[in-house]
Ligand binder design. Sequence first.
Ligand SMILES: *Cc1c(COP(=O)(O)O)cnc(C)c1O
Length: 403
Amino acid sequence: MANATKRTRDFIALEEQYGAHNYHPLDVVVHRAKGSWVYDVEGKKYLDCLAAYSAVNQGHCHPAILKAFQAQAKKVTLTSRAFRNDQLPLLSKKLHDLTGFDLSLPMNSGAEAVETAIKAARKWGYTVKGIPENQAEIICAADNFHGRTTTIISFSTEAQYRAGFGPFTPGFRIVRYGDISALTSAINRNTAAFLVEPIQGEAGIIVPPAGYLREAARLCRENNVLLIADEIQSGLGRSGKLFAYQHEGISPDMVIIGKALGGGYYPISAVLSRKEVLGVFQPGDHGSTFGGNPLAAATALAALDVLQKEKLVDRSARLGEYFIKKLRAIRSPHVKEVRGKGLWIGFVLDMKARPYCEALMKEGILCKETHENVIRFAPPLVITKQEIDWAVRRIERVVSSLD
Ligand SMILES: *Cc1c(COP(=O)(O)O)cnc(C)c1O
């Protein structure tokens, strides 16, 4: 912040004075954005290599999504689910056509969709599987990230996410991620579901051993346990497939999506599943005032259209491979590993990544450290090869300055 101008400093001072300090953002004050680029209040431009944690896969302020968003904003934005609207049915159909799942249930944030999946799995456990009342267990993986509600942090293994927030919700068991025998021993007759990220994002883009998800899916099927894939960050093209679980050719019982579903314009999330699972919800069981509102639905429809029309999934696979190859070619004793799938890359250093992110910011690249020593490169999927080359030159420069 030392060489930030007064304009930047003033915004930061206001935020620090009047806002709760539950984040530690980089000291860039964004004013506008377009595609893969964001511009700060000084007019300086940056390549966005975080894409709002993958919520803007379609690129910032995509014109086609803007058009749908504005058109709907003029018609009707909110009806509540007490009445029907003419956008939600189209989104439900689109999600079915795109993913093959029978039903979807719309919510707003990712965490709410995770909560919804947990409620569906528990009710399925009691009413379909026959688990005795209040005995249902859900298995989760260590180092997971599924959101910040009180129930969700109850099965987090991150000390800071829990500290000071107990008492916690019971009914969850933790197993080592990527370890099939741990999962095998955790399953018992009260197990309703296994909730897992096909690739762990916040943990540092951790890709599990090949075959892990396939084996987990088989175990779940054999034991009448629902496999729930949290694809909030990994899904909608980020990993180079529509869903990251497709890398293993499996089909989970429930899939949770969010983030890029709103194209960066609007918070919308959803749970996708089969009739036997989401069918457990009866009118009055569950709900959300804003869930499935027409503005969200129209925006999500456009966001999914962009994903398809611009072939962003293929693009992520192709350019992700290119980006990883270029990053692996950077020779430095400080780079321990470059891992990931699609345009979702963990760049692992042998030192704290935060100062490195600050140095990259000065070079015009915005990214965020995750887990101390990992930098996540996850640009909008509309990024070009030239922009990747531009970024790699700067990343290389900053890495060499570490020596
Ligand atoms: C971001 C994220 C969530 C939580 O989504 P919010 O919209 O922040 O509530 C849940 N799961 C995963 C894998 C995520 O990346």
